[in-house]
Design a protein around this ligand. Structure first.
Ligand code: HEM
Length: 133
């Protein structure tokens, strides 16, 4: 299935409407593995939620091929690599599961086809980040 970025971005906008999408996301993500909460022990979640909101939008737009987006994802890949946050590649699956479950909960127009589009869109960015591990 080919990805329609405008469809995925419209879904993202609906998810963000009620303002607590990323509360849902972090509740789910932190509960996925005992390995995760300690990594966020010192995190200012108010700031973290603002930053992740922007970075998910960049991941959505990555396929459009804009230079600025690629650069930003590269920086994110670097910050999550062994050299900084040291995020094992396997943890990205849990991240994506938590994201997809949150989308299902927050987008009233959710469908299995839309979920597939989200999965395909996010995989491209995740692959790029993991390749920098
Ligand atoms: C594509 C998936 C992901 C995106 C878009 C993302 C996005 C971000 C952003 C924007 C930041 C803040 C800026 C920075 O430090 O670079 C951040 C920090 C962080 N991320 Fe991720 N992240 C992803 C996956 C993960 C995964 C799988 C983990 C595993 C637990 C993780 C753990 C962390 C940690 C520990 C921090 C630092 C928090 C702090 O500053 O206290 N991230 N992430």
């Amino acid at each position: 299935m080919s990805v329609d970025y405008a469809t995925v971005e419209a879904s993202y906008d609906r998810c963000l409407e009620d303002g607590d999408f990323f509360d849902t996301f972090y509740d789910k993500f932190l509960a996925k593995s005992e390995e995760i909460p300690p990594l966020f022990a010192e995190t200012d979640f108010r700031k973290q939620k603002q930053m992740i909101r922007m970075s998910v939008r960049m991941l959505v737009r990555l396929g459009l091929g804009e230079d600025g987006t690629k650069l930003a994802i590269n920086k994110l890949g670097e910050s999550h690599s062994r050299r900084q946050h040291n995020i094992r590649p396997e943890l990205y699956e849990l991240w994506l599961d938590a994201l997809c479950e949150s989308i299902k909960q927050h987008d009233p127009q959710h469908t299995p086809q839309l979920e597939q589009q989200w999965q395909d869109t996010m995989h491209a960015g995740i692959e790029m980040m993991v390749s920098m591990y």
